[in-house]
Design a protein around this ligand. Sequence first.
Ligand code: ARG
Length: 459
Amino acid sequence: MKLWGGRFAKETSQLMDDFHSSISFDSRLAVQDITGSIAHARMLGQQGIIAKEDSEKIIAGLKTILEDAIMGNIEFSPHDEDIHMNVEVLLTNKIGAVGKKLHTGRSRNDQVCTDFKLYMRHRATEIRALEVSLMETVLDLAKKYFGKMMPGYTHLQQAQPIYFSHYLMSMFFAVSRDVKRLDNFLELHSELPLGSGAMAGSAFPYHRALVAKELGFNGVSPNSIDAVSHRDMMLEFEADLAIIANTMSRYAEDFVNWSTSEFGYLTLHDAFSSGSSMMPQKKNPDSMELIRGKSGRMLGNFSALYTLVKGAPLSYSRDLQEDKEPVFDSVHNVKVILRVMKEALESARFNFDKMHAKMLPALLATDLADLLVESGVPFRDAHHVVGSLVGEAARQGLEFTDLSDEAWASAGVPNVSQMKKTLTFEYSVSRRNIEGGTGPKSVKQQFVKADAILKKFKK
Ligand code: ARG
């Protein structure tokens, strides 16, 4: 007999049971479901909605089920449909008929929202911790390798000299925004749905604030229809996770490029690479390729959820049961992505000699134009002068710094030998101590900011 079977004269078909049962995936909510039920049962007893002794028996039973769930010792039954009914059946089997009082004053509609909300809040906190730990790794590396230079890129073409640490710090600050997004998420979605019932509110003297407090919510939802209907929390979580994966995918792409023999800037540890089944020489940067690749499914999960919820009638329809698997998938993959990125970076070798050797003199073209500006040439003219030198050199298969002093002078460069002496990579970065720039002082200033951010995040 189904828990909701009273109205029915016939059993559901096996096909229907398989179709609508969600226990195969929502058993992941077991801990949140049981914890929520313990708080609910305690409140029922305190409010005299059920007898105190009954409440105590229910709580004791739920606690043993919780231990079993944590140990992974429960075999859930597809016959009991979902995690909520599985727990109720387990409880009643354990403590007898008094277990049937647990569901007083609530519906699975407010229950599932409560469970899932708790789940997402827990996972957001764990993902946040992984992000902070990645930020620590990145900052440590940036500090350790302070002073090493590399070509900076736009359009994947060499653009300007930068410090390697400046590149790494770009990752630090990008991840810090991903953390702030999770913090916003945690702040916004902090209200308890329980007490909303199926959609109109519980008819019992349900002490919502008491349950909210025990479960760590900051308040109670202000409208019962909204509480059981809305899925913007899931959408926002998915979006935040998709953005995290997107951030990681861009660095992963750079690291894939850096791992090629053409670049040679990065050697991933064997532990984060794999080989080819056919070509014995291959060592492939699969860890980074998979980070890049998996970011696609995050958007897929977001789209699945968005499409599911779009135009869904208020308040609850069974469609909404489908909100969970995309979130579970994204949570799992984002966690792995963040752990792999951290450990791959920690164990990687950065080949600074290669980076330096690859730096082309043309990285200094902007600096020459700036020097001309300082000697009184309007920037647009200076740009043209340097452009003509670079173009001429390219036609001769040379670097613009290889052209003769006469060629520079006749293109319009004054004090050529002084200019040539001034133009070094060190000079270029030293000119960029502007806040946020790649200058040495600026990069050190970024370390100070980063230390402060980490301190705040870890409070
Ligand atoms: N398993 C369901 C879900 O995840 C629980 C809520 C079911 N409510 C209902 N009225 N059938 O959405």
